[in-house]
Design a protein around this ligand. Structure first.
Ligand code: ZN
Length: 60
């Protein structure tokens, strides 16, 4: 088991847990996994607000 893999997986798990939960920015939106500005994100399918983004890859 690798610690760095664990960390990446935690962020992915958090996204997956958010997906299918209720949007907190509008009345009856549901969060879905989507790409937002090139990042993996949980985005409301009704209002389009990203509840969480994971900035993967290019850290500068
Ligand atoms: Zn919403």
């Amino acid at each position: 088991m690798s610690a760095s893999l664990e960390q990446t997986r935690t962020e992915t798990d958090a996204l997956e847990q958010l997906a299918s939960s209720r949007c907190q920015y509008c009345a009856d939106g549901t969060l879905v996994l989507e790409s937002y500005r090139g990042n993996d994100a949980a985005v409301c399918e009704t209002c389009g607000t990203p509840a969480m983004q994971v900035w993967g890859g290019s850290r500068q």
